[in-house]
Design a protein around this ligand. Structure first.
Ligand code: GUN
Length: 290
């Protein structure tokens, strides 16, 4: 078994981006500028957005964090998006999800200028992705593709089982793995909470990508000997430690790692890649605006 070391690869990517930014600055160009909009006090969202902003510093990007209380109105949020769309100093921005229930997430995503949508969530960008056109790919599936590519994992003709059909991960993941190219060219089965015989389907997979959001869902009995296992889940489980929790994924790592040929750890796997790919999209957004 070999670990798919997202922490290491994401650091390599950040180094590559930092070198690119240094060269841009040397040419007298300004650094790419990412803005992140965060609503409320969800612990996981605070952690993710904090990490995104810190990563901007690490590669030499400018960053802006826009914070709102949970009771911000949809109109206020849409007005801020309009402002960011029209701000020439901002190359790309994200609105961290989930949003509070009184705000229509789709309306918010639709309001983002697709040329600044570095999350790749706008229907224009999602459609372009599905049609093999150049666009911003959603950062988490993009990160999985990059990991597979950098570890030279053969995907052509392989059976890839994706678990979970979320708009952010499972659905785009299934599209990317089925697209022409490397990585890609896989035979894809998209499974979800209504799938019958999920265990048996999963057991047929050469590549399992789990993004269901259920801790320890993927057990050793569900995985073929030698399969590649990618765990997109990130769960905080309360414990007696000083932090008060530990982090685990969708996969029973202890048992599954004994059967897998390659496996992502949690933490240090796909999560680290998400931020690196967001930075990559922001770099591209900055270059596109020149
Ligand atoms: N919530 C969970 N993952 C993501 C992500 O990649 N982008 C945004 N904006 N929100 C998220």
């Amino acid at each position: 078994m070999e670990l798919l070391d997202g922490k290491k690869i994401s650091n390599d990517i950040k180094d590559e981006i930092a070198a690119e930014v240094a060269a841009m600055k040397q040419r007298g160009e300004r650094a790419p500028h990412l803005a992140a909009v965060l609503v409320g006090n969800d612990g996981a969202s605070l952690t993710y957005v904090g990490a995104k902003v810190r990563s901007c510093e690490r590669v030499g990007f400018d960053s802006t964090l826009v914070k709102y209380d949970t009771d911000v109105t949809e109109a206020e949020l849409l007005a801020k998006i309009d402002e960011l769309n029209n701000d020439n100093a901002i190359d790309g921005f994200i609105v961290q999800l989930p949003l509070p229930k009184h705000i229509d997430e789709q309306k918010v995503i639709m309001a983002i200028d697709p040329s600044k949508d570095v999350d790749g969530f706008h229907p224009t960008n999602f459609g372009k992705m599905a049609l093999d056109m150049e666009t911003f790919l959603p950062a988490t599936p993009f990160g999985v593709m990059e990991l597979l590519e950098r570890y030279n994992i053969e995907t052509s003709g392989k059976h890839c089982v994706v678990i979970g059909r979320s708009h952010i991960v499972g659905r785009p993941m299934s599209i990317l793995m089925g697209r022409k190219g490397n990585p890609g060219d896989a035979t894809v089965t998209l499974t979800h909470s209504r799938t019958q015989n999920l265990e048996a389907i999963c057991k047929q997979a050469d590549i399992v990508i789990s993004a269901l959001g259920v801790p320890n869902f993927v057990k050793a009995e569900m995985v073929k000997e030698g399969a590649v296992v990618v765990d997109v889940g990130i769960h905080r489980i309360a414990d007696d430690s000083e932090k008060g929790y530990y982090i685990t994924g969708d996969v029973d790592f202890e048992a599954v790692s004994k059967k897998a040929s390659y496996i992502t750890p949690v933490p240090g796997g796909v999560g680290a890649m998400t931020i690196a790919m967001l930075l990559k999209n922001t770099l591209i957004a900055g270059q596109n605006r020149k």
